[in-house]
Every structure is written in C-alpha cells, then in structure tokens.
Design a protein around this ligand. Structure first.
Ligand code: NAI
Ligand code: MG
Length: 366
C-alpha cells in the first residue's frame, strides 16, 4: 500500500557527486517500487562550480524557501578547488544547510561489509568477520568546540592573544544525547560517550553529568565512557565492542572519520545530518567529497551514495526498505557474488555497473 508521498530535493553537486547520484536514485526507485513508497524527487543544479560561475554564488538567494518545504535533501558532494576555494564552496552551500536547518545530529554508521578488505585485524592476527564491526557515531553538529565566540587582541605585538570558547547548552547537549540513547535502544542497547573530563575540566564534566542524567531515563541501555585519546586507540584495537558512540562536535568529527576508516574504503561510507524533530529537512550524503582525481571517468564507487539513500528512507519511516538496501549492498559485495567491483574495491567495473547490480539484488529480494 502506497504511503504518504515524500518530497526529496536532489542536489548532485560537483565532481563524482554527479556520477554517484544517478546510482543512488536508481536504487531508491527500486526500493520505492518494491515497498510501494511514493518518493517525489526534484533535482537542483546549484551548489556546484558551474552554478557559481554563472551566478557568482553557490546558492540562489531564496534557497531557504526553495528547500525548506522538502522532507529531505539528497546530496552528492561539493567542492572543486581548481575553480573555487574550498571554504567558499563548502561554507556557501553544505554548511549553510546544516546551520539553517538546525541539523544538530551528524550520523555515521560504520559497518564491516563482506568483500571489503578490513584494514584492521584482531590482536591475535585474525580478521574480523563481516558485520562484526558495526557502530554508529552520533556527533553533536551545532555547538561545542566549534563556536564563533572569541577573538584576537593585540595583534602583531608581543601581547598577541587569541581565545575561542567552547559552548555547551543544556538544550544542545540533551537533545543529541536523547537521540543517541534512542538509537542505542533500537540497536544493541549499548552507548559509549566520548569525554575528556580529566583535561577539559569545565565543559566535559558537564557533558558527563548530562549523560548520567539522560541514562536514568534509559535503564535498558548500558552506558560507558572513555577519554577521547584512549577511545581512538580502542577503535583500532577492539572496534567490535562498540555500538552507539556519542560525542561533542570536535570529538565526533574525529571519531566519525576514524570509524569508517576502520571498516574500509571511503567510497562506501554514508552519513546523515538530521533535524530529528523534522521542523526542517534533513540531509543525506556520502562521506566522501567530489574526488577531482577520479571525476569524469565513471569509476567512483556509488555505495556511499546508495547507503545514504537507505539512511534517508529509514529516517522517513521505512526501516524495512533501509534494511533491504543494506542487504542488497552486502549481496553485491559478497565474494563470489559475481557482481562488478569498482577499482577502489579491487575491480575494473564502472559506477553504473555496480549501481545496477545493487538495484538488481534489491529487486531480487535481498
Ligand atoms: P575526497 O573524498 O573527494 O577524495 C579522497 C580520496 O578518496 C581521493 O583519492 C578519491 O579518489 C577517493 N574517493 C573518494 N570517494 C570515492 C569513491 N566514491 N570511490 C572511489 N574513490 C573515492 O576528498 P578530497 O580529495 O580531500 O576533497 C575533494 C573535494 O571534495 C574538495 O573540494 C573538498 O572540499 C570536497 N569535499 C566535500 C565533501 C562534501 O561534499 N561533504 C566532503 C569532503 C570533501
Ligand atoms: Mg571531518
């Protein structure tokens, strides 16, 4: 039975964003037909260098009105340093979305997939099995260490002084913690908090205090916490023991690059920027950028884009469609599946070959 329609803004962006997006859409269309979803896509040509060259800006002036009414934004990648400095293209588009649409959760699943050479082994030298590393990094995305409160004084003199304040609000900390606890509850019931209360002795003890307060409302979730330095070591040495990991903006930034790196190629890693209350559209995009070094050759791995589409369906309330897409990705990646592999996976296939194989696996009932 068709569900209520979802309006999705599609923004391919720059470089391989334009190559992996069609594969993301192909798989979403296949999911829509299998699960009877009503997905209404509308594609936009802004947030890329050709648009900037024509208009002198990354976005139209009324972009907030244009995008604000959508349920989700499906994004490729932005950035083309040869034409536009990265701070102009990123601050002029993606980072505007995150801020204006109060996307306060940055979400990155990291799961070891079959057929992907794991960069990590156990202490005894044995490899991890597919699915054995399976974590979800929840990063606070709007405050914390990334604040614009501060400044410089006495510039260029002996007395030169620079200050940048960390900002934590009860509202800001609690809302990301609540989201993380909810995720732990629907996964394996474990939550790890990243802290550094031994060194950062004001804001981090506050973070820990809010974790304890929130934990009281989730007696079914087992909570632990580690200082960020040893936590990064544990990610490398015992990545299989983590389920949901929640962290402030800076620590989350680091962990959310480290976790996908522990499970293989950047080409498969997905991410979401969420406004869980749905007052504004949330944004779903692969972790990777526009990859100018391989753009235009049709060899980019489309899995990061496809998996991000699965996260989008999950957020829109279609968990079974999400699970089926992840299973289709696994089926295509499985050794001996015969599915084509892109060069980053050790094969010689193109972006569309792999995209079609995943859509096919999905249709075949993966
Ligand atoms: P990148 O992620 O674009 O590329 C890093 C390396 O990974 C490159 O060697 C690339 O070929 C490879 N790679 C990335 N995605 C791949 C895929 N799907 N399949 C196979 N190989 C893949 O990061 P880089 O080179 O630092 O940045 C390039 C541009 O992208 C810059 O303008 C940067 O600002 C932008 N960028 C944008 C992001 C976004 O839109 N969210 C995120 C990261 C970077
Ligand atoms: Mg980062």
């Amino acid at each position: 039975t068709p569900t209520l329609g979802h309006r999705i803004a599609v923004i391919p962006g720059d470089g391989i964003g334009t190559e992996v997006m069609p594969e993301g859409l192909r798989v979403l269309e296949a999911a829509a037909s299998r699960f009877g979803l009503d997905l209404r896509f509308e594609t936009f040509d802004f947030a890329c260098w050709p648009y900037y060259e024509r208009h002198g800006a990354m976005l139209p002036p009324d972009w907030q009105d244009i995008l604000g009414g959508f349920d989700a934004i499906y994004f490729g990648a932005v950035g083309w340093p040869e034409k536009i400095p990265d701070h102009v293209s990123l601050w002029g588009s993606l980072l505007q979305f995150r801020r204006a649409f109060d996307q306060y959760v940055n979400l990155r699943p990291a799961r070891l997939m079959p057929g992907v050479r794991a960069p990590l082994v156990r202490a005894d030298g044995t490899p991890y099995a597919p699915g054995e590393i399976d974590m979800l990094i929840v990063r606070e995305n709007t405050e914390g260490e990334y604040s614009s409160i501060g400044g410089r004084m006495f510039e260029g003199t002996e007395r030169e002084l620079v200050v940048q304040e960390t900002v934590m609000t009860r509202h800001g900390v609690d809302r990301v913690l609540r989201f993380a606890f909810e995720q732990a509850r629907r996964r394996r019931g474990r939550l790890t908090s990243a802290t550094k209360s031994n060194g950062i002795a004001i804001t981090m003890p506050y973070w820990d205090e809010r974790v304890r307060a929130m934990a009281a409302a989730y007696p079914d979730v087992a909570v632990d916490q580690y200082h960020i330095d040893i936590l990064t070591a544990h990610f490398v040495q015992r990545p299989d023991r983590f389920d949901v990991v929640v962290a402030s903006n800076l620590f989350g930034d680091i962990l959310s690059d480290l976790a996908p790196a522990c499970t293989g190629t950047i080409g498969i890693a997905p991410s979401a920027n969420l406004n869980p209350e749905r007052r504004f559209p949330s944004l779903f995009e692969p972790v990777h950028g526009s990859a100018p070094d391989i753009a235009g050759r049709g060899i980019a791995n489309p899995i990061g884009q496809i998996w991000s589409g699965a996260l989008m369906l999950d957020f829109l309330g279609h968990r079974e469609a999400h699970d089926a897409i992840v299973r289709a990705i696994e089926a295509a990646l499985a050794p001996g599946s015969g599915a084509p592999r892109t060069p980053d996976l050790g094969g010689r296939a193109g972006t569309a070959d792999l995209g079609r194989a995943i859509a096919e696996a999905l249709r075949a009932g993966a």
